[in-house]
Design a binder for this molecule. Structure first.
Ligand SMILES: NC(=O)c1ccc[n+]([C@@H]2O[C@H](COP(=O)([O-])OP(=O)(O)OC[C@H]3O[C@@H](n4cnc5c(N)ncnc54)[C@H](O)[C@@H]3O)[C@@H](O)[C@H]2O)c1
Length: 288
């Protein structure tokens, strides 16, 4: 039986009658964002590759919040899928006010000399080309409307340089740069583009956190913890948390609150910027 999901009470109605697209809507951040946008009155187009999970999220959000929700299955790496989905959203809802451009893939964990070219290409295709294609087709609609807000999901892996993540870190650095260039290109049409960079996000028993802890522990070829993460997963968890000044994992809700701010008119004079949601992880914390 599906786990009963928390129903967020409305905090305000910043998105009343707005139309929002969320990509990666079957996943962790995407589903939370769909719920929070619905709680504030948005009409939703939910997009993802994984049909059954996507339909489950769409049904749950529609029933919990009573807003218009439509699911679109697509592969963001396929330009024809993206073009078709965006045209269908426009036809169904009449406009597109917000895009949470969030579908992504973390890739493998291996040092650069051992990293598969095939997986490198896959990571770049999903995280960069996919984000770009969504930006391209949604921005055409927003330009015609003379307004809109786009938030791309980058990562602290694109701000810092995590070992054994050459593909993911590179892809997210590209998302940060693409955000800035798009912000300049789209500013004349009053379309804002920003990004968020989460770091270590829970829950502690969640798939993403466990996966990165376990795979980082396997990725150290030197068996010395100084240069890479330790080979012991418990030790890796400790090392990761010790790099966070607030000394805890973030929650998906804490990530999405920043996304909601950037998507809404609360940030009407902000474009081309990135908010890192990392508990201070990006500060470095050198005591030297
Ligand atoms: N969870 C974290 O700790 C963390 C930290 C930093 C950045 N991020 C980024 O946040 C975003 C969301 O991550 P999440 O934690 O919700 O992960 P997740 O794996 O739960 O969700 C990602 C979703 O993207 C979808 N997706 C993947 N490839 C796709 C494709 N080709 N076409 C359409 N959909 C596709 C997946 O099906 C999945 O539902 C990603 O871009 C990720 O890189 C996550």
């Amino acid at each position: 039986m599906a786990k009963r999901q928390r129903v967020y009470p409305p905090r305000s109605n910043r998105f009343q009658d707005k139309v929002a697209i969320v990509t990666g809507a079957a996943g962790n951040f995407g589903a939370v964002c769909a719920r929070m946008l619905a709680a504030e009155g948005a009409k939703l187009a939910l997009l993802d590759l994984v049909e059954d999970k996507l339909q489950a999220v769409a049904t749950e959000v529609r029933e919990s919040y009573g807003v218009q929700v439509k699911a679109f299955t697509l592969d963001v790496t396929k330009e024809a899928d993206v073009e078709k989905a965006v045209a269908e959203v426009k036809k169904e809802f009449g406009r597109i006010d917000c895009l949470f451009n969030n579908a992504g893939y973390q890739g493998l964990f291996a040092p650069v000399d051992d990293y598969s070219v095939e997986d490198f290409e896959k990571v770049l295709k999903i995280n960069v080309t996919g984000v770009f294609s969504m930006l391209k087709y949604v921005s055409k609609v927003m330009i015609d409307q003379k307004g809109g807000s786009i938030v791309n999901t980058a990562s602290c892996a694109g701000l810092g340089c995590p070992t054994a993540m050459p593909a993911y870190g590179t892809s997210k650095a590209a998302v940060l740069h693409l955000t800035k260039i798009s912000a300049l290109d789209l500013a004349p049409s009053n379309v804002r583009v920003n990004s968020v960079s989460p770091a270590f996000i829970g829950p502690e028993d969640g798939f993403m956190w466990r996966r990165q802890v376990e795979l980082q522990a396997q990725a150290n070829p030197t068996h010395a913890p100084e240069r890479y993460y330790s080979n012991n997963p418990d030790e890796v968890s400790k090392q990761m948390l010790e790099s966070v000044p607030l000394r805890r994992l973030g929650t998906p809700e804490e990530v999405v609150q920043a996304v909601m701010f950037l998507l809404s008119e609360d940030s009407s004079y902000i474009t081309g910027t990135d908010i890192n949601i990392s508990g201070g992880n990006v500060l470095g914390g050198s005591r030297g």
